[in-house]
Design a protein around this ligand. Structure first.
Ligand code: BGC
Length: 420
């Protein structure tokens, strides 16, 4: 597809968004939601399973102490972004960034059904104001894997009848904070959420039920459409999308079976986009992997692996961008992209390849709105806890001190040059 890699100098659009992403639960600290409840119930068993789950990873020796400690699996203070967000916004400015993606924590804003927290409202109002003052474009996510306990107890997104509560929350968000942001991400990675929470049982509510999995996916697509209708109806110029994790899946040889399987796998991963694209202003893309298929199985080159054992093929971002753009004819916002790399050994290479891939895609006609790196900070990586280090800034978990990694300092310089 992209054998036509860019040759002439290609310019990023003047208003291109350069930024980073986080989610409330992973950074804020002090949450009480369905995840924090599950963490407390499962920390011990997650610690005990660690050698079996991660023992084969190359970095096992350096992470094993943390990975076998139950406290690693409890988000607790996370990285205390709740108190330190101004410091964290300073980091964005240091990196010459003009955008920041984060989620508004539903469980903080509506801790009990129908009870809106004035305190949380004020907190997020100040938070958004800080970003606006600094000329950093806020990109607001509504659902990034965490739910109020009361909503989860009603069956969460498994029940169609519950979508009305999410709609009510969404409408309240645009009514309350709508003048402070333009970009809205309704749902983060529906496939990943439904898969881990309802199919393989790794995340709360830890179900392994195919029917529930499909119900959740369908209900999330329905929720996206409903919220899009409400927000567009509100008519304040918001730009709406969801963020889906779409790998680039390609066949490793010319065999019919490989070619067909790769196409089929790609098609499945785009289910949510197909369902919602007509109700979106842009496609949110989280890009972390490519998958190479031989026959009907994935066999990746596995030449370069991240700390989490993920095969790293950043250059294929260009192929996904071109494929999605050609097929769905919508602008694309890269809502997440990054790697777990504690030693900062591969991040600069990854970013270099990523910038090349974006330039190539723009040169080939992709309408790209922006790039948001995952993540600004090391943070709480769900069922894996603290050892995976995705941050442009390293966080010392004892002192909560942030230090920009060398690759980040370099990246900040590149952004400065590009933005001119
Ligand atoms: C999620 C993030 C997560 C990241 C790295 C994405 O699946 O949206 O919350 O931390 O990938 O695993």
């Amino acid at each position: 597809m992209s054998n036509n890699r860019a040759q002439a100098p290609i310019h990023f659009p003047k208003d291109f968004l350069w930024g980073a992403s986080v989610s409330a639960h992973q950074v804020e600290g002090g949450q009480h939601n369905q995840w924090s409840v599950w963490e407390l119930e499962n920390a011990r068993s997650l610690a005990a399973q660690a050698p079996y789950r991660y023992g084969e990873e190359a970095n096992w020796q350096s992470v094993k102490r943390l990975a076998q400690h139950p406290a690693n699996y409890v988000s607790s203070k996370a990285v205390n972004h709740r108190r330190l967000y101004e410091q964290d916004f300073d980091l964005l400015s240091k990196l010459n960034m003009n955008a920041f993606r984060f989620s508004l924590e539903w469980s903080r804003l509506e801790p009990e059904e129908g009870a809106w927290s004035a305190e949380a409202e004020q907190y997020y109002r100040d938070y958004l104001q800080e970003l606006n003052h600094r000329n950093i474009e806020p990109i607001v996510t509504l659902f990034h894997f965490t739910l109020p306990v009361w909503f989860a107890n009603k069956g969460g997104f498994e029940r169609r009848a519950n979508i009305k509560y999410f709609n009510r929350f969404a409408l309240k968000i645009v009514e309350t904070f709508g003048s402070q942001f333009k970009y809205l991400v309704i749902i983060n990675e529906p496939h990943v959420y439904a898969g881990h929470s309802y199919l393989d049982g790794r995340w709360p509510p830890a179900k392994t039920n195919r029917r529930a999995y499909y119900a959740v996916l369908r209900n999330l697509a329905y929720a996206h459409k409903q919220v899009a209708r409400l927000v567009h109806g509100y008519n304040r110029g918001h730009l709406i999308g969801s963020a889906e994790n779409v790998p680039y899946i390609y066949s490793g040889d010319d065999a019919q079976l490989s070619v067909r399987s790769a196409l089929a796998m790609q098609y499945v991963r785009e289910w949510f986009i197909r369902k919602t694209v007509r109700h979106s202003d842009y496609i949110g893309l989280n890009y972390y992997h490519a998958n190479r298929v031989y026959g009907y199985r994935i066999h990746n080159p596995n030449v370069k692996l991240s700390d989490m054992g993920w095969d790293m093929q950043p250059e294929h971002l260009q192929d996904v961008l071109e494929h999605l753009s050609e097929k769905y004819k919508k602008p694309i916002l890269i809502t997440e992209n990054g790697l777990a790399d504690e030693q900062d050994a591969a991040r600069r290479w990854w970013l270099t390849e990523t910038i090349k891939a974006m330039r190539g895609a723009i040169g080939n006609g992709v309408e790209l709105i922006g790039y948001l790196h995952w993540s600004l900070l090391d943070n709480f990586e769900w069922d894996k806890g603290r050892w995976p280090r995705f941050g442009l800034a390293a966080v010392d978990y004892r002192t909560m001190k942030r230090t920009l990694r060398p690759s980040a300092v370099w990246f900040g310089g590149v952004i400065k040059k590009i933005r001119g």
